[in-house]
Write a protein that binds this ligand. Structure first.
Ligand code: DGT
Ligand code: CA
Ligand code: CA
Ligand code: ZN
Length: 572
């Protein structure tokens, strides 16, 4: 079993408990366990098979460890089955409709018998929801919007989930002697935030043999098509895989074609047609003569273009930039020198400050920002002023014993409904690094939300705006605010904008990065780690930055410690 599947079971238990309005701390402990498992760098199944003890992992106690063993043996656990018995099957889908949530889901089920998405949509269309206690016209509109969000996400997989499946299938492909080379193309190679299906290109010296051996893969639930050139399968998780065979002389052109995006291909083909050539997955041709095809570079070169990194291939100006020799020099994971967003045991994290610092040093970092939650987030044990002051003192003492490493005393302070901050400005002004984030009151109208963000950005004590849209991909709609106004305020007040690397957040989304750059902003790529292994999520944030044309010089945590100190000082 993949980690994502095991984590999914704990999330479902948490969902079902939420529907029962069970103890929020118990719900949180299942969510935390799910997150630990999702973030693990290795497969939990392998770890357990080698005799590893799950209780050594953060956020996993005896009770959850027992369930992990049950799940690994049977694919499920009695607690889940029992909860499923008690709750109508589809309510867990319904509760994830953005704007609905567990409480309203139960209310709609009890009062109107709604237990499917279709029934929910019908009830909204017929205006039957607005008259229920606590609901109104706006609720109906929000639910309709939420249904659309959910539908547009349906069938797509988070990049990280697709990556786990790709890695697992990849190990299988590596072990097949008939396969000489394989590459994942498509949206996966472009590192999009969600993936519709995996497109894999294969070079094999015996295709029939290779096909037979690919089909031995244990995770396949269905073969959807099978031919000489192509094999399509569906995995147990529902993820569709398209495998296509190519010969070496065409491998580069196939990689170019199937990496896409479609829009990039079309724009590129225009340049091909101007020369009266032809470009397809088999090569670049003039008449029937092959001009290039072995590598992507050879094709771009023939068109007088430098090689374009896959993350940029979205027809957002990359071909023009390539022509002018002004492609960005994209940020790389190796450029990152520290992480400026993490949580510890003091709020809802699993590690101590010392453990997180050591984990950061183990990753070669020069600094780490400790940014626990503030008191508003009671379910996460957020810090009040007294606890934060003590934490900051502790961090400053620790710093004296740390050579060549800077532990920043920081906080992730909540932005209240009216734009004030959850902790006193005097205390905040004395910290090294203040992230301000929204976690509550998400449904303000655009004007109020804009004013709220402007107030926080303009407070003078905030260094960074955390996960600006507060979206959860496919589950919670982004906040609505006037992006240009907020970006402009960030520039005026030298506030950095976060690219949160949590795989289901990826916030700032890549599509806004270019706009933020144009507005003159710089970024902080933060993992929002809640345990040591959470620091390893950094590449997911870097992928967003790369898709957003971001360079090393635009990222504050690609600075040296000296530069970082200077940049932060310049702020205050
Ligand atoms: P996905 O799977 O929805 O996340 O997105 P992609 O980009 O992986 O799209 P997919 O799997 O439908 O096709 C893979 C690549 O194949 C796509 O990025 C570009 C290329 N491609 C597919 N259909 C067309 C087409 O009609 N015209 C052109 N020029 N390229 C295409
Ligand atoms: Ca695809
Ligand atoms: Ca495909
Ligand atoms: Zn947060």
């Amino acid at each position: 079993m993949e980690n994502g599947q095991i984590a999914g079971i704990f999330d479902e238990i948490a969902d079902l408990l939420e529907l029962k309005q069970d103890n929020p701390f118990r719900i949180r402990s299942y969510r935390n366990a799910a997150r630990t498992i999702r973030d693990l760098p290795h497969r939990l199944e392998d770890f357990a098979a080698k005799g590893g003890d799950p209780t050594e992992l953060p956020s996993i106690g005896e009770a959850i460890a027992k369930k992990i063993h049950q799940i690994l043996e049977t694919g499920t656990c009695p607690r889940l089955e029992e909860l499923r018995q008690q709750t109508p099957a589809r309510l867990t889908t319904l509760m994830h409709v953005p704007g609905l949530g567990p409480r309203k889901t139960i209310q709609l089920y009890n009062q109107l018998g709604i237990d499917t998405l279709d029934a929910l949509k019908k009830a909204c269309d017929e205006h039957r929801i607005r008259d229920l206690p606590g609901m109104g016209e706006k609720t109906e509109q929000n639910i309709l919007k939420g249904i659309n969000t959910l539908k547009s996400a349906a069938g797509r997989f988070l990049y990280k989930v697709a990556a786990e499946h790709a890695a697992s299938l990849g190990r299988h492909l590596d072990a097949i002697p008939a396969i000489k080379r394989w590459e994942v193309a498509g949206s996966f190679r472009r590192r999009k935030e969600t993936i519709g299906d995996l497109d894999i290109l294969v070079r094999a010296d015996d295709r029939a043999k290779a096909t037979a051996q690919i089909l031995d893969y244990a995770g396949i639930s269905e073969v959807t098509s099978r031919g000489e050139e192509r094999l399509s399968v569906r995995l147990d998780s529902g993820l569709q895989i398209d495998l296509r065979f190519f010969e070496p002389q065409s491998f580069g052109s196939a990689l170019l074609y199937f990496t896409g995006s479609k829009a990039h291909n079309i724009a590129l083909r225009k340049r091909v047609q101007q020369r009266q050539w032809k470009l397809n997955e088999y090569g670049l041709f003039t008449g029937s003569r092959r001009l290039a095809g072995k590598t992507e570079q050879s094709i771009y070169r023939r068109l007088n273009l430098p090689w374009i990194p896959p993350e940029l291939r979205e027809d957002r100006g990359e071909l023009e930039a390539a022509e002018n020799n002004s492609l960005p020099k994209l940020i790389e994971h190796a450029n990152i020198r520290g992480d400026l967003h993490c949580h510890t045991k003091h709020s809802d994290g699993a590690g101590s400050i010392e453990q997180m610092a050591q984990a950061a040093r183990d990753r070669g970092y020069s600094y780490l920002g400790i940014t626990d939650h503030s008191k508003l987030v009671t379910v996460a044990n957020g810090l009040d002023e007294e606890r934060l002051r003590r934490q900051a003192d502790h961090i400053r003492k620790l710093n004296q014993s740390l050579d060549d490493f800077w532990l920043l005393a920081g906080v992730e302070v909540d932005i209240l409904k009216d734009g004030r901050l959850d902790l006193g400005e005097k205390l905040l002004a004395g910290l090294d690094w203040v992230i301000a984030s929204i976690h509550y009151h998400l449904d303000l109208d655009e004007k109020k939300m804009t004013d709220r963000l402007l107030a926080a950005v303009g407070s003078g004590v905030v260094h960074c705006l955390g996960h600006p849209f507060n979206r959860i991909i496919g589950k919670r709609d982004p906040l609505r605010f006037d992006v240009d106004k907020v970006f402009d305020a960030c520039r005026r007040h030298s506030v950095f904008i976060e690219i949160n690397a949590q795989p289901d957040r990826l916030d700032l989304p890549d599509t806004y990065c270019q706009r933020a750059l144009e507005a003159g902003l710089s970024f902080a790529i933060g993992t929002d780690a809640h345990r040591e292994s959470g620091l390893d999520l950094m590449p997911f944030g870097v992928a967003v930055a790369r898709r957003g044309w971001v360079e090393k010089r635009n990222v504050i945590n690609a600075s040296t410690t000296k530069q970082l100190r200077k940049k932060i000082q310049a702020h205050s």
